[in-house]
Design a protein around this ligand. Sequence first.
Ligand code: NAP
Length: 235
Amino acid sequence: MWIMPVAVITGASKGLGRALAGALAARGWDLLLDARGEGALREAAGAVSAHGTRVAALPGDVTDAGHRADLVAAARRFGGLDLLVSNASALGAEPLVRLEALSLDGVRRALEVNVVAALGLVQEALPLLRASGTGAVVAVSSDAAAEAYGTWGGYGASKAALDQLAAVLAVEEPGLRVWAVDPGDMATDLYAAAVPDDDGPRPDPAGVVPAFLRLLDERPASGRYGAPSPAAGRR
Ligand SMILES: NC(=O)c1ccc[n+]([C@@H]2O[C@H](COP(=O)([O-])OP(=O)(O)OC[C@H]3O[C@@H](n4cnc5c(N)ncnc54)[C@H](OP(=O)(O)O)[C@@H]3O)[C@@H](O)[C@H]2O)c1
């Protein structure tokens, strides 16, 4: 019997997470989807389930250890876990501000969501990912992890930390693929909250999904990858 691959995607109620969920379901993946807002998450899961695979919506905050355990337990009930996508993210300030004005609590929140929770989920998921045989982790990063853009310092520092976690995880878990992926600028609520005055054209998140699918198809070595979009800007 063919067993469907299973993925956990955090931050899947909108934006990139939702677009990726739809594309994976269309390819036969069973999915566990997370976001805090229950209504939007259930609506997204309903739409994604139209592809006929099993799609479970588990509302919760990735910073909640009990919620992370629930996500992995739900994957176990689906038969295992082949892919973990850490996509949920916090900016630390909305709109973004210069470091001199950045609230330290905001920085702590960005680190808690973007780094600590991502590591916590990996720790919870490792036994299932190792057992998969094709286990993979995608850490959704940002150009702000590598480039010094004014006002993007707290968020960028958290994404740089996420990149380093992914790089070390790849060394420690050679049986897995661990990809940190910079999706490039996308027209999403996160970008609008970060820079409300920047209404320049940006691609829809659906446009970067093929680059994520290519990673799954080609399974290149663990490392940091970009998902080039037609837009010039990247964060
Ligand atoms: N948009 C860009 O230009 C851009 C550029 C580079 C990198 N990225 C990265 O791409 C990823 C996706 O961002 P996006 O632009 O698609 O954002 P988005 O459209 O705002 O979606 C963010 C998703 O994460 C969920 N979320 C946020 N905080 C959460 C938490 N603590 N626990 C659980 N879920 C949470 C949100 O739902 P709730 O609010 O209901 O929880 C939503 O489903 C992020 O990692 C972001 O840093 C984005």
